[in-house]
Design a protein around this ligand. Structure first.
Ligand code: 1CP
Length: 359
């Protein structure tokens, strides 16, 4: 595979970043916090800025990406920014005919269902995501000492959109291809691993401080099928980033039964949804052989709990901080993305509660 080196860059040194300290398994003075999908949707300033610009057009406009990424940092005082982009951006950049439809999500013009379709899937060259790299460079100067997280979709989750043709509840066509034609399946996931790797290495070369590999829908698989059909490909992505020396976060929804395998795939930090308590997650992750240090975890606050009022929010934040003490490192986050109707003031409140908590 032709994945270009190097991931070396003019990466900033941020020794004081509580996010980076915790992500590396250290104990910063305060528990760091950021929110998946913190940019966008819930923020009125985002809706104002995006008005009249399609999602994908916004993702290829470096100034707009920079400004949208900065909004939640300014508003909430989170410890990390996440690049405003989407998991389908590298597919679009490579030439896949795909659109992000407002209110639906990614829609693929010609879904991938056969060996011929897989063979026709284009590869990604770093030059095709240059606007994203430019946005990262703008951000590294705009952010000061706040860390910047780059991201990509993991091979399984990308495959689900490409095979189904759009969002899916049961991933039935994806699983049908996986079970009925493993050779074609592995060829597809191998190509998607290369695309994810090229996208992440372009972000690293431009200066992101950490990366998150989103395998949002991997929880739809059994542990056995995850190991056979997915893990080798996610491993390829994560292993291909090792030389950059930045924390690699790996997250999926409904993955309580997969947490150990996701660590094994090469994650430095494992994301946990709201179904598995953080201390239970730590116990499962600690049982994975071959790691010198203890598990680092991120996540767990149910995004829906932010609608339940002050008392519930306080109680849940306190519970998660307490359970997170079982880990070597703890990054506070939600168990999945911020829901569109979330009151942004509640998010700011969570940041204040986390920062005010005593470890
Ligand atoms: O903070 C941020 O908002 C960062 C930007 C971000 C990220 C990290 C967006 C913007 N998308 C993503 C990742 C992403 N995209 C994931 C992984 C994270 C997760 O599980 O939430 C997934 C599964 C997608 C796919 C996707 N793109 C969906 C979900 C569809 C489904 O299957 O339910 C949707 C709705 C999109 C479009 C999208 N991406 C981002 C925004 C702001 C939007 C809405 C755009 C619009 O409608 O105009």
């Amino acid at each position: 595979t032709a994945v270009k080196s190097p991931a070396k860059s003019a990466r900033r040194s941020l020794p004081g970043s509580p996010f980076l300290v915790a992500a590396r398994g250290g104990r910063p003075a305060r528990v760091p916090v950021w929110f998946m999908r913190q940019a966008g949707r819930s923020l009125p300033e985002y809706r104002a800025l995006r008005a009249g610009t399609k999602m994908l057009a916004a993702c290829f406009d470096p100034d707009l990406v920079c400004e949208i990424t900065m909004q939640p940092v300014r508003r909430h005082g989170v410890d990390a920014a996440i690049l405003f982009s989407d998991i389908v951006v590298p597919l679009v950049a490579a030439g896949v005919d795909l659109d992000i439809v407002a209110g639906t999500g990614p829609v693929v013009a010609s879904p991938i269902r056969s060996a011929e379709d897989v063979a026709a899937l284009p590869t990604l060259d770093a030059s095709q995501v240059e606007p994203v790299a430019e946005a990262v460079r703008l951000l590294t100067s705009a952010l000061g000492d706040t860390a910047l997280i780059g991201f990509a979709g993991a091979p399984f989750t990308l495959a689900s959109y490409l095979v189904e043709g759009g969002p899916s509840r049961n991933h039935e066509r994806t699983k049908a291809l996986m079970y009925a034609d493993p050779t074609t399946w592995h060829a597809l996931l191998d190509k998607l691993a290369d695309i994810a790797l090229t996208f992440l290495r372009a972000q690293l070369a431009a200066g992101v401080d950490a990366v998150q590999l989103f395998d949002s829908w991997a929880g739809a698989l059994s542990l056995k099928d995850y190991r056979e059909f997915v893990l080798p490909h996610s491993s390829k992505v994560l292993a291909g980033l090792a030389d950059a020396g930045v924390p690699r976060i790996h997250f999926g929804v409904g993955t309580g039964h997969l947490l150990g395998a996701m660590r094994e795939a090469g994650a430095d930090v494992v994301g946990v949804d709201w179904r598995t308590p953080l201390d239970t997650a730590v116990t499962r992750l600690a049982a994975v052989p071959g790691f010198e240090s203890g598990p680092v975890v991120q996540g767990n606050l149910d995004p829906a709990a932010l609608f339940a009022g002050d008392e519930v929010v306080r109680r849940e934040v306190a519970r998660i901080i307490s359970e997170g003490r079982a880990a070597q490192g703890h990054v506070f986050n939600l168990g999945h993305g911020v829901l569109p109707e979330t009151d942004p003031d509640v998010l700011t409140k969570v940041v204040d509660l986390v920062h005010g908590s005593t470890r």
